[in-house]
Design a protein around this ligand. Structure first.
Ligand SMILES: N[C@@H](CCC(=O)N[C@@H](CS)C(=O)NCC(=O)O)C(=O)O
Length: 206
């Protein structure tokens, strides 16, 4: 059995877990917090980061993008949510990178609010909020106008990653979201959250 280390409130872990449900790859989870259980996480990953995926034979993979790469290989090219090669692959990865980066900025803002509450760098916080806005605007402009998914009729990893990032933003920093300005993102977000693979991985602190 695969073992996935981390909490569902991590957008990085969540996009991995949703993808595993989508591919029908079962896993058990080890719920460790990178803050409360930092020593245990450090024994697993020297960067003290999640997600980490243990394969059934004990091999481990760090970082959500590396894990998705492995999962795509397991699923095979016909089912993989990231095309195997060429311009189509690069287009999906381009959108995934901005969605993944959006998640990174949303998490950075949470860490800043929790850990630097007494000494905030307003300049840095302003920069992160600006990066979040620009990423949202870019995703909105690039998403297929007719939808329902980022690339039209076919769901890809871009939809899962962007939805995991948007849901983290909604959960932690709702003020940063302006759904009226981003109707294409709202449509794909609603469509993705209605899928069984997303329902199986609720955004909870644990
Ligand atoms: N690039 C990594 C980022 C993972 C990441 O930053 N995870 C957060 C949890 S949401 C974490 O472990 N933060 C602890 C830290 O960076 O100190 C990935 O995509 O997996």
């Amino acid at each position: 059995m695969h073992r996935l280390v981390g909490q569902y409130d991590s957008p990085f872990l969540r996009r991995v877990a949703v993808t595993m449900h989508y591919y029908g790859i079962p896993y058990e989870r080890e719920v460790l917090s990178v803050f409360r259980n930092a020593d245990q996480v450090a024994e697993i990953n020297p960067l003290i980061k999640v997600p980490v995926l243990f394969l059934p034979d004990g091999e481990k993979i760090f970082d959500s993008q590396m894990i998705l790469d492995y999962l795509d290989e397991e699923a095979g090219p016909a089912k993989a949510l990231t095309p195997e090669k060429g311009a189509e692959r690069r287009a999906v990865l381009r959108a995934v990178t901005i969605g993944w980066g959006l998640a990174e900025k949303s998490v950075a803002l949470s860490i800043d609010k929790n850990m630097h509450a007494n000494a905030p760098s307003l300049q840095w916080r302003h920069r992160v909020r600006h990066q979040i806005k620009l990423a949202l605007d870019w995703l909105e402009a690039e998403a297929d106008p007719a939808g329902p998914w980022f690339f039209g009729e076919k769901m890809t990893q871009a939809d899962i990653t962007v939805t995991a990032a948007l849901d983290h933003l909604r959960f932690r920093h709702e003020r940063e979201l302006d759904w009226q300005a981003h109707p294409r993102l709202k449509r794909l977000y609603d469509a993705a959250l209605a899928l069984d693979c997303f329902k199986a991985v609720p955004l909870i602190e644990g």
